[in-house]
Design a protein around this ligand. Structure first.
Ligand SMILES: [Fe+2]
Length: 345
């Protein structure tokens, strides 16, 4: 491969003349833009221990009233991108959010899509598009693009959840904004209950639900039961994994990021192939040893980590008796839509 000319090889007055015309020579940057064989991601394998995050988040509860924060969040920022960028990967934002009893995070809507994975506590709820959705540990709550959402808390202890958004991408596209709104009127029903059994969908008067997001809450009790049923039904299966989907269409629950849940059998070691999208792992129940390339993390319950794309990830459940359950968010819908999705091994 040819060594290409550098910027400093060019006469200074020529470089200045280019700059004056808003011009840049390509060849000094060509290899960085199009590296040979494999990308060079800025995203670094990073581990956020809940044991370390939790006291700092509770301290934020003492230091900053909800009125001064609107959303009381500590962002899980990937050092590879620079902490100030507040992103976990190219397209994924992660935040750990605290809501104290009696607090209310007011209604708004925005262009980025969000989901909440409930980490700790009872009694909080998110109202999305008029549906008041209870938040229990392990539940996945969707707040898709454009839908009104607000959070409240009728319980007695702090509630913490993990926010996952496609904010870095939407911001990069210069399409990120929000609108504040009044408190929502709560509908008497919730949308997810008729879908909870699977296999049948509502069809009043033979009409199927055309909404883009017919289900806004995926209860962990149902997802966990699905994983356990899959593990029992398919003892041959290595990856006991489910994907959160729109049950009307079968496609990913959201357009840009995908969400999955994975069960590691007791003592299981599972190798996930090197794929182009970056991904995030969060331990809902149990623990796992995570190897991302040559890095190793002991992912304890409620811990979160991320892995860059094009990197194999090996998971091990060290418990000989109990399964481990992980939540996974990745950029695969985006990569597939762009035609750049790759599985390498
Ligand atoms: Fe929001």
């Amino acid at each position: 491969m040819n060594t290409l000319g550098r910027l400093e090889d060019l006469p200074a007055d020529y470089v200045n003349a280019l700059q004056a015309q808003n011009l840049v020579p390509l060849w000094p940057s060509l290899r960085a833009l199009l590296p040979p064989g494999t990308p060079r991601p800025q995203t670094r394998a990073t581990h956020w221990r809940y044991e370390a995050v939790r006291p700092l988040l509770l301290q934020a509860g003492e230091l900053t009233p909800i009125e001064k924060a609107e959303r009381r969040v500590l962002v899980l920022a990937n050092p590879g991108h620079g902490l100030e960028k507040m992103q976990a990967s190219a397209a994924i934002y992660l935040g750990m959010q605290l809501l104290l009893p009696g607090e209310w995070a007011p209604s708004h809507r925005h262009t980025p899509n969000a989901v909440r994975m409930v980490v700790e506590g009872e009694g909080a709820y998110t109202t999305v598009d008029g549906e008041k959705l209870p938040m229990r540990r392990g539940d996945l709550i969707l707040t898709p693009t454009g839908l009104w959402h607000e959070h409240g808390h009728d319980g007695t202890d702090p509630v913490v959840w993990l926010d996952v958004l496609d904010l870095p991408l939407v911001h990069y596209l210069e399409a990120s904004y929000h609108v504040d709104g009044p408190r929502q009127t709560v509908k008497p029903s919730r949308g997810e209950r008729p879908y909870a059994r699977g296999g049948v969908v509502p069809s009043a008067d033979f009409v199927r639900d055309q909404r883009a997001y017919p289900v806004l809450r995926y209860a962990w009790t149902d997802t966990r039961a699905a994983l356990q049923a899959l593990a029992e039904d398919r003892p041959d299966l290595q990856a006991v994994q489910v994907t959160y989907v729109n049950p009307e269409t079968g496609s990913d629950a959201q357009n840009i990021l995908a969400y999955h849940a994975l069960m590691l059998r007791p003592g299981q070691t599972l190798r996930l192939p090197a794929r182009s999208p970056a991904m995030v792992l969060h331990a809902i129940d149990g623990a796992a040893e995570v190897a991302v390339g040559d890095q190793r993390f002991a992912l304890a319950e409620a811990d979160t980590c991320c892995a860059p794309g094009y990197t194999a990830v090996v998971l091990r459940n060290a418990s000989a008796t109990a399964p481990a359950f992980l939540f996974i968010a990745d950029e695969s819908p985006l990569h597939r839509k762009l035609g750049i999705h790759e599985v390498r091994s």
